[in-house]
Design a protein around this ligand. Structure first.
Ligand code: ADP
Ligand code: MG
Length: 232
């Protein structure tokens, strides 16, 4: 029985050439248990996005090991990584990145259709998810006809469409006004807890961070658990 969804071991990420080298991550270790929701905090430039992109298999680390659902994906081919991303990982970005020519329902159906789900099942799941994020009466709106908060709710529903075991979110409410950010975030947390999936969520907002199970940060290229250090 393996209840660890995501494991990062000795992750290193270096940018630039030898002369201009920046060591953003030098030795990052993180274990995300099933159902655990972890806040990734820290100032701009500390490496949050770099870490999330590596965890989401969108970027390859300079060194170290990544395991998703107990499977070591460090040496996986591009095709295997794509399949793993499609099935096991949901990603929410700071901007919604919805397809403008499609409506909310279609945006949530699309990743399922790509993964081979039938049209009717994809639509059923998309309708359920959109209802869960409070958009039951906005399903046929295109992204341009939705408010910023609504667009981000659709992006959250889309990230969960293929029933991932890990949700990664990079400042998901960072572009929203504080009041909208609070309600969208509450909806995100509720959905994650209901589904029982684990999540790593980068945020600048200490109040949002404190609603999660524990808080971690990248300091000098190393991941520090602020909860056990008692520094938050
Ligand atoms: P955060 O998300 O915490 O703001 P990032 O992970 O975006 O931090 O960036 C961490 C550091 O890595 C920054 O100093 C940034 O300039 C640098 N960086 C990020 N992406 C690249 C890249 N593609 N090439 C060079 N440097 C990068
Ligand atoms: Mg960032």
């Amino acid at each position: 029985m393996n209840n660890i969804c995501l494991e990062l071991k000795n992750i290193r990420r270096t940018y630039g050439t030898k002369e201009t080298q920046i060591d953003v991550l030098t030795d990052v270790n993180l274990t995300l248990k099933a159902g655990e929701i972890v806040a990734l905090v820290g100032p701009s430039g500390s490496g949050k996005s770099t870490l999330l992109h590596i965890a989401g298999l969108l970027d390859t680390p300079t060194g170290g090991t990544i395991c998703v659902n107990g499977q070591n994906v460090s040496q996986a081919t591009d095709k295997q990584r794509t399949v793993m991303r499609q099935k096991a990982i949901g990603f929410v970005y700071q901007s919604h990145l919805l397809l403008p020519d499609f409506n909310a329902l279609e945006n949530v159906m699309l990743p399922q259709l790509i993964a081979g789900v039938s049209r009717s099942n994809a639509q059923k799941r998309a309708e359920e998810l959109l209802a869960q994020v409070g958009l039951a009466d906005r399903m046929t709106h295109r992204s341009g006809q939705l408010s910023g908060g609504e667009q981000q709710r659709v992006a959250i529903a889309r990230a969960l469409a293929n029933k991932p075991s890990v949700l990664l979110a990079d400042e998901p409410t960072g572009n929203l006004d504080p009041k909208t950010a609070d309600t969208v975030f509450a909806s995100l947390l509720q959905l994650v807890r209901q589904t029982g999936l684990s999540a790593l969520i980068a945020t600048h907002n200490p109040e949002l961070a404190l609603q999660m199970d524990r808080q971690v940060t990248v300091q000098n290229g190393v991941l520090i658990d602020l909860t056990t250090k008692g520094t938050l």
